[in-house]
Design a protein around this ligand. Structure first.
Ligand code: GLC
Length: 759
């Protein structure tokens, strides 16, 4: 397709029509110019291809349901996610889909977010790495992706209208980096804008987010599509950088665009730019193979492998792996009715479903395996079900409880109101644990649940997530030790909902949700508050143990632009093979802006045979040390020392090594006529120019007031005035000394600023 020549031949009406979909899942074709239709389809942990793409049907064609993003992130395995992406693309091709609508990379600001199961992590770095792997995998096969939901879409409450009120630094350091990494490194074909407003403007009309940051700053080459129904004002959206409105058709909106161009309200060049972007992706999609087959068995196996890698063993008193038990009581509805995905637009029609109970049975050898439902599908309380489970558990020598957080408590479309399991589930766990000390709880949920009521009573807890259609296989493999669990949490499990970072600003009111906790979400928050958590970020147990030794740096002193590499030896000190996820967090010793105690900036997953040692190497670049300074409006580094924390989890630091960074930035001076004395002294140029004058001021103040420290708190006015002055604007301090000064304070400060700028 020669895009330029097509644009030149298109009528205004055709251009406007192209910028909206033709139907629920298709773009508008232009037959006379040979522009075909493009088909998009939901996902992203499977392909949700409806039989008739022109309609908004509920049913979809069978496709492999892989684990959802919470589980994917807990694998910390980018290569594996890439393989999943490749498999997804094969299914897209087989089902005639050009673009799959995902991945979702929004941050888990609160554990109560209804869609957290569809998102990777509370950490932007980990999320970005996962997204890059996913997108590269899918797109390597000629199928497109849609990075969503851009941006600051972190809750379901009023998701179509609420304004996320977030400051610039928080936006840049927490809510945008995963999008940034994915766009810069993997160029998703499309980016989907969010429903919500960001600082008062709809994400679908957000010139700053869409045009300035995404397209200009990051160099996004693809098209921006609206979330389904996110457009309010089509003309404003085009101006703001939203290329393609979905779903279609939208004849009224098309007419509005035509009218706006005719009246001069909308520059046709803006429309042309969107047309060009859409045609560019339609041209790519035209090359996507339109038919094929996929290996249902192989993909089911891959889904099982991913689920196994993502399961997180949270607690184990030594009961697991199960060995030599004669009677196994399997309790819980989810053992028969696998709970493996969440509700909403990502809901997949699986090709098959592994039944957790059967998978246990097939691995249990001669043992007798019994089953009781334990809890109903709804929220009713059924004591007789608990009694039945207790009787079974009592006579067995181990009880395995499959506890799934029901859809009425967790789904797209609504947030969770608490972190609790149902009352029946809690009572069930406690009752079974009371008669059976060898009790294992297997959880199926997309986000943290509170466990304080029962965790001390049970011997083991396995976090099984929304594990995809083959998750039942993975659970049984882990329970019986055929797979050594290796997943680690990509999100903190708080002790209780009230501990969560966004607690005081959730879910917002009067149309706004204030991101008052700023950059302090997830472990950044719990670190800052020194608050205990149930399970920390990056945590997960194994059937073996690992030792970290011999940490080394590529250089003790380095330039920010060169980065630095940290290496460490990891040894499997146990008796079974296993995989360890090594994490590197960066701690900045001193900074002009408040920084988190530590931030994840690198990780590696390493497989080790018993007794084996491997050297793990993790490279850290400029951004690993930088922070976004809202006044400089850029990422900056400062000279100084950083501790690199080599860790098994956010709470399990094995080694700390210190590096010294030399910044290569030549930053403009930020001093102005309102700058405080402390700011003058902190700025190297300010210090040089103002330092001598400060020394005089200090001496003068001593003479006049005495010094708090010299006179044991008995200065003339009972305080240390220089400390008070430090945070006053220089000009204000000088105003009090006007009489003694040769010029007016404003002139003096203007003179100093002049010197600083020419320095
Ligand atoms: C939605 C979702 C989005 C999905 C789209 C199409 O409501 O927010 O993730 O891709 O609609 O179903």
């Amino acid at each position: 397709m020669n895009i330029q020549s097509i644009v030149e031949q298109m009528t205004l009406e055709e251009k406007a029509a192209l910028c909206s979909g033709a139907s629920a899942w298709t773009s508008t074709p232009i037959e006379r110019l040979g522009v075909p239709e493009m088909i998009v389809s939901d996902g992203p942990h499977g392909v949700r291809r409806v039989p008739n793409v022109h309609e908004m049907a509920m049913e979809s064609l069978p496709a492999t349901c892989f684990p959802t993003a919470s589980c994917l992130a807990a694998t910390w395995d980018v290569a594996l996610i890439r393989r999943m992406g490749e498999a997804l693309a094969e299914e897209c091709i087989a089902l005639n889909v050009d673009v799959v609508l995902g991945p979702g990379v929004n941050m888990k600001r609160s554990p109560l977010g209804g869609r957290n199961f569809e998102y990777f992590s509370e950490d932007p770095f980990l999320t970005g790495e996962m997204a890059v792997g996913f997108i590269e995998g899918v797109q390597s096969k000629g199928v497109g992706t849609s990075l969503k939901h851009y941006a600051v879409n972190n809750q379901e409450y009023q998701r179509f209208s609420i304004s996320a009120e977030v400051d610039e630094r928080t936006l840049r350091e927490i809510y945008l980096p995963a999008f940034e990494a994915a766009v810069k490194r993997a160029q998703p074909w499309t980016v989907m804008c969010a429903y919500n407003k960001v600082n008062g403007t709809f994400a679908s009309e957000h010139d700053y987010l869409l045009n300035q940051i995404l397209k200009e700053e990051w160099g996004f080459e693809g098209l921006v599509v609206s979330d389904w129904g996110a457009v309010r004002n089509r003309v404003a959206a085009l101006k703001g950088g939203l290329d393609w409105e979905m779903p279609g058709p939208q004849p009224r909106r098309v007419q509005e665009v035509v009218d706006a161009v005719r009246s001069g309200e909308l520059d046709e060049a803006v429309l042309d730019e969107s047309v060009r972007r859409i045609l560019g992706i339609v041209a790519k999609a035209a090359k996507t193979p339109k038919e094929g087959t996929f290996d249902v068995d192989a993909h089911h196996k891959l889904a099982a492998e991913i689920a196994a890698e993502g399961m997180v063993l949270l607690k184990n008193d030594g009961l697991l792996p199960l060995q030599g038990h004669q009677q196994i009581a399997v309790i819980g509805r989810a053992a028969e009715n696998a709970h493996f995905q969440g509700g909403g637009s990502s809901h997949i029609n699986p090709t098959r479903v592994a039944v957790p109970f059967s998978e246990v049975q097939s691995r249990a050898g001669d043992a007798e395996v019994t089953y009781a439902q334990g809890y109903p599908a709804d929220d009713s309380f059924r004591q007789e079900m608990i009694d039945e489970a207790v009787t079974l558990s009592q006579s067995a020598d181990v009880a395995v409880l499959y506890i799934a957080l029901p859809t009425f408590k967790e789904s797209e479309g609504y947030d969770r109101t608490d972190l609790d399991l149902t009352a029946q589930q809690i009572a069930l766990i406690k009752a079974v644990a009371a008669v059976q000390p060898k009790t294992v709880v297997v959880l199926n949920n997309g986000a943290p649940v509170a466990m304080s009521d029962w965790i001390d009573d049970v011997a083991a807890v396995l976090e099984g997530w929304m594990m995809g259609q083959a998750g039942g296989v993975a659970i049984a493999d882990v329970l019986f030790g055929r797979v050594n669990p290796c997943g680690k949490l990509a999100e903190t499990f708080p002790i209780k909902a009230a501990d969560a970072p966004a607690r005081l600003n959730w879910p917002g009111e009067a149309g706004k949700v204030r991101y008052g906790e700023g950059i302090f979400i997830g472990y950044r928050y719990y670190d800052a508050k020194q608050m205990p958590v149930l399970f920390p970020f990056g945590y997960g147990l194994s059937y073996t143990s690992f030792e970290y030794s011999n940490p080394q740096l590529s250089a003790a002193h380095f330039k920010d632009v060169d980065g630095v590499t940290v290496t460490v030896d990891v040894t499997n000190t146990g008796s079974v093979a296993g995989k360890e996820i090594v994490q590197v967090y960066v701690h900045d010793r001193a900074s002009v802006l408040a920084r988190p105690e530590k931030e994840l900036k690198g990780f590696a997953k390493v497989a080790l045979e018993p007794g084996e040692t491997k050297r793990v190497s993790i490279a850290l670049d400029f951004r690993a040390f930088a922070f976004y300074h809202p006044e400089y409006k850029q990422w900056i580094t400062e000279d100084g020392d950083f501790d690199l924390l080599i860790a098994a989890s956010a709470a399990d630091i094995r080694h700390s090594v210190t590096v010294s960074l030399a910044s290569t930035l030549d930053l403009p001076c930020l001093l102005d006529k309102e700058s405080t004395i402390r700011e003058w002294l902190a700025d190297p140029r300010g210090q040089a120019v103002f330092g001598p004058m400060y020394a005089q001021m200090e001496a003068g103040a001593r003479q006049m007031f005495g010094s708090a420290s010299e006179n044991g708190n008995e200065s003339a006015i009972g305080m240390d005035v220089m400390v008070m002055f430090a945070d006053m604007p220089l000009v204000s301090v000088l105003m009090f000394q006007q009489k003694a000064l040769p010029h007016h304070p404003e002139e003096i400060v203007a003179g100093l600023l002049e010197q600083v700028r020419s320095a």
